[in-house]
Design a protein around this ligand. Structure first.
Ligand code: R5S
Length: 299
């Protein structure tokens, strides 16, 4: 019966837009490294005439930390997220032979916020930074409605879709908070980006929407420093660094205000960095405060 014309016309495999055939996925060049994998620019060109669309493809790089299971969870997570401020899932590509798969996503031509801010330092105004911040806030608010904790909110994981739109990406560390708890405890901390971590995440590997708020404060700081890592180095490697960082945070040391940063904006950062996570604002509070500052902000 499968050979009859009716069956052939509607066989789902042919019309499953989320299934990308490896033979039509043309590699172009690398785009970056995420959690658990590298991201490459490809053209999906089934007609073979270069009219196919550009896509960003994340290939799993299995190593001690990341397994196919983790990657499948990342794919599943991204596939159910539908928000203007979150990078769009396009589908998967199963590689023949090798027991591996790739995640296919929309390609955002301007790259990550880091490179964008460094290259456009002179024409990004504080007002535009606040627009980007409010969009990240909205994306995080959406994630929170689904009980997702991103756990790796950082400028390197924010992508620039256009000069007026940014999107959250890299859900490799994202976890769902169980229904009976308000936080997620991680067993193996792995390669932790501790300079974006809240104190409870450093000390107890405890992650919640409020620890994402702390990281959002660090992203705000990165934004208002034009992602210039010289002004505030945020990636230092040493065995005792997490203990030292935990102590200075406990003693209320915080990142200094970025140069020429309005007090109202630095005040937002400091709210995100309140030691006790219960006293930190939620993303909707932050979003409202940012909108208010934007209205007061004269261009
Ligand atoms: N997040 C996260 C960490 C992992 N990661 C994700 C991407 C990614 N990049 C792009 N686009 C992209 C990236 C770089 C450039 C240039 C910048 C100048 N220098 C040369 C390269 C251009 C455009 N689009 C994407 C993605 C994922 C979904 N869509 C890259 N790294």
């Amino acid at each position: 019966v499968t050979q009859s014309p009716v069956w052939r016309a509607i066989s789902p495999a042919q019309h499953d837009q989320t299934l990308f055939e490896e033979r039509h996925l043309r590699y172009i060049h690398p785009l970056g490294k995420g959690n658990f994998g590298s991201v490459e620019l490809c053209r999906y060109d089934p007609l073979g005439d270069n009219t196919g669309e550009l896509v960003a493809v994340k290939k799993l790089q299995p190593n001690k930390q990341s397994t196919l299971e983790d990657f499948k969870k990342e794919v599943k997570t991204l596939s159910i997220l539908h928000c203007d401020y979150i990078v769009k899932y396009r589908g998967v590509c199963y590689s023949t032979g090798r027991l591996s798969m790739s995640l296919v996503m929309e390609y955002l031509p301007n790259g990550s916020l880091i490179g964008y801010m460094e290259n456009n330092r002179h024409n990004v105004t504080p007002r535009r930074m606040l627009l980007f911040a409010s969009q990240i806030c909205k994306g995080m608010e959406y994630l929170q409605t689904l009980r997702y904790v991103h756990r790796d909110l950082a400028a390197r994981n924010i992508l620039v879709a256009s000069e007026s739109l940014v999107k959250i990406a890299d859900f490799g560390l994202t976890k769902v908070i169980p229904c009976d708890k308000e936080y997620y405890r991680v067993t193996q901390p792995g390669e932790s980006p501790i300079f974006w971590y809240a104190p409870e995440s450093i000390n107890e590997s405890r992650f919640s929407h409020k620890s994402d708020v702390w990281s959002f404060g660090v992203v705000l700081h990165e934004l208002f420093c034009y992602c210039d890592t010289n002004s505030n180095p945020k990636r230092v490697r040493s065995p005792s660094i997490s203990m030292q960082l935990a102590n200075i945070l406990k003693n209320n040391w915080r990142l200094p205000a970025p140069p020429n940063c309005q007090p109202k904006v630095y005040n937002l950062m400091k709210q995100c960095w309140v030691y006790n996570f219960e006293e930190r604002p939620c993303f909707s509070d932050l979003g409202n405060q940012i909108e208010t500052i934007m209205q007061d902000e004269r261009e």
